[in-house]
Design a protein around this ligand. Structure first.
Ligand SMILES: CCCCCCCC(=O)CC(=O)SCCNC(=O)CCNC(=O)[C@H](O)C(C)(C)COP(=O)(O)OP(=O)(O)OC[C@H]1O[C@@H](n2cnc3c(N)ncnc32)[C@H](O)[C@@H]1OP(=O)(O)O
Ligand SMILES: NC(=O)C1=CN([C@@H]2O[C@H](COP(=O)(O)OP(=O)(O)OC[C@H]3O[C@@H](n4cnc5c(N)ncnc54)[C@H](O)[C@@H]3O)[C@@H](O)[C@H]2O)C=CC1
Length: 279
């Protein structure tokens, strides 16, 4: 509980935010990131409401959380399976779901957004939330590439708005970026795209490039495996947005293959196919 709340407060300079006690958390977007953040927040004793556009999606989010909790418990409570099951039930009890954003934000101390990586859609959501949420509620975005000031400009609570950039898979990754600007993705996005360009130029197969990065640099996943894990739509959204802001930067040049896969709905692990196929 302390860690999650501490990270949130560190991300904001305003004294109004530093003094807020965060108990109720609303997470908007129950995809891979939203579900992961909900799990971590609920595991640390927060009361969480997860919001998405349909009950079917939310059912899937809860299933993901349950599956991930089982994996966590298998390790954390290896010798005490009963305590592990108790922990899972306690965490799940902390999570409720809703498709009604208006009622979900009532009583919320923190609203964390993890929806699609698109500025206009995020701005529309926060503009609505600004009118619906109580005055003390802190807003945060899990954006991986958009300037927080651009997103927050749609609201009137600039002193209670910040960026909280979690990493995928959230229950395993120990970093949350709350510094101004993003460090990891400024290095990471060109790396992934350069791997794709290498492949497009025929300099190596996907498999060989993945193996090379795993064995040569010790990365747990190669760039193609990781791209599929993140989601090709998210990666393309980021690259397209950065290219728009800095069109002459060759680091942000497009990839025909990436554009084609996304157009075909092959978004990676979450749709069953991306660079690789998944059962
Ligand atoms: C242009 C680019 C733009 C990108 C912009 C968007 C992205 C961002 O903004 C920022 C990001 O998040 S970048 C992505 C950062 N994440 C990574 O780099 C992940 C790399 N992979 C790994 O760390 C490990 O493969 C990993 C930890 C995932 C899995 O570990 P292993 O490789 O050892 O394989 P497994 O056998 O599957 O797992 C081993 C054990 O780890 C636990 N575990 C894994 N996933 C879990 C999960 N989701 N929940 C809970 N526990 C989990 C688990 O204990 C597992 O053991 P088993 O349960 O027995 O399998
Ligand atoms: N995938 C990754 O590895 C990482 C992604 N991010 C960022 O997190 C955010 C979410 O990414 P993912 O979870 O991967 O995407 P995702 O595609 O898995 O999930 C997005 C979810 O948001 C829902 N959604 C869309 N619009 C909505 C709205 N108006 N109201 C409620 N729900 C809505 C969708 O139905 C979907 O379930 C993006 O901003 C992304 O850049 C940040 C770090 C890592």
């Amino acid at each position: 509980m302390a860690f999650f709340a501490h990270q949130i407060r560190r991300g904001f300079s305003s004294s109004a935010v530093r003094n807020v006690v965060i108990k109720q958390v609303t997470i908007i977007g129950g995809g891979q990131m939203g579900a992961g953040i909900a799990q971590v927040a609920a595991s640390t004793g927060h009361s969480v409401t997860l919001v998405d556009t349909s009950d079917d999606i939310l059912k899937k989010s809860i299933k993901t959380i349950e599956g991930s909790l089982k994996r966590v418990v298998k390790k954390k409570f290896a010798d005490k399976p009963e305590a592990g099951e108790e922990f899972i039930q306690k965490v799940l009890k902390n999570v409720s779901t809703s498709t009604d954003v208006g009622s979900a934000v009532q009583g919320s101390d923190l609203v964390l957004e993890a929806i699609v990586e698109n500025l206009k859609i995020k701005q529309d959501l926060f503009s609505r939330l600004d009118k619906l949420a109580p005055a003390h509620t802190i807003f945060a975005s899990n954006t991986s590439s958009l300037p927080i000031s651009d997103i927050s400009s749609a609201t009137n609570r600039l002193d209670r708005f910040g960026g909280l950039h979690f990493f995928n898979p959230v229950p395993m990754m120990k970093l949350v970026e709350d510094t101004p600007g993003f460090i990891v993705n400024r290095l990471f996005v060109p790396y992934l795209y350069e791997a794709i360009r290498l492949y497009e130029r025929g300099h190596g197969s996907k498999e060989d490039i993945d193996i090379a990065m795993k064995l040569g640099v010790g990365y747990p996943m190669g760039p193609f495996e990781l791209s599929d894990y993140i989601g090709l739509d998210t990666i393309k959204f980021i690259m397209d947005g950065w290219r728009e802001m800095d069109p002459d930067n060759t680091l942000f040049a497009p990839s025909e293959l990436m554009d084609k896969l996304v157009a075909e709905g092959k978004l990676g692990k979450k749709t069953g196919e991306g660079f690789y196929k998944y059962k």
